[in-house]
Design a protein around this ligand. Structure first.
Ligand SMILES: [Fe+2]
Ligand SMILES: [Fe+2]
Length: 138
């Protein structure tokens, strides 16, 4: 999605909500599989979840950084610090996704990894709140 489309706070919030709902569903499936001790199936779903974070949220983040955020700071230089904080949230999510991928490769799927997937959701929820607040005040 291009910069101008992401500027409409309602449309933008709908993108956030759809991606988060999907992530929450994947976490619920992972929890059930781990409880049933279906480790191999859980590993497969964990890879699907990683792909979900990469292709939805992290790609969305990249589009924001190369478009929307630049426009925001150009139009309203006073938003620079807020935008820097939003980029830091993106970096935190990138870091978590990388950590999960590495752990999956070395140790496979576990409850610890599921906790990291939950952490991603919390970071993203707070990030989206802040982003939507900034957009709606802009
Ligand atoms: Fe963002
Ligand atoms: Fe966003």
């Amino acid at each position: 999605m291009t910069g101008p489309a992401l500027k409409k706070v309602d449309d933008h919030a709908a993108i956030h909500e759809a991606a988060l709902n999907e992530a929450k569903e994947l976490n619920a499936i992972l929890f059930k599989l781990l409880m049933k001790d279906q480790k191999e199936k859980a590993l497969e779903v964990a890879h699907v979840a990683i792909e979900h974070w990469e292709t939805r949220t992290l790609r969305h983040a990249e589009a924001e950084e190369t478009g929307l955020y630049k426009d925001l700071v150009n139009e309203s230089p006073e938003l620079k610090d807020s935008v820097t904080a939003l980029i830091r949230d993106h970096d935190t999510m990138r870091y978590l996704v990388k950590e999960i991928k590495e752990t999956l490769e070395t140790d496979g799927m576990s409850h610890e990894v599921l906790q990291q997937f939950h952490t991603l959701i919390h970071v993203d929820m707070y990030h989206n709140l802040e982003e939507e607040r900034i957009l709606s005040n802009h």
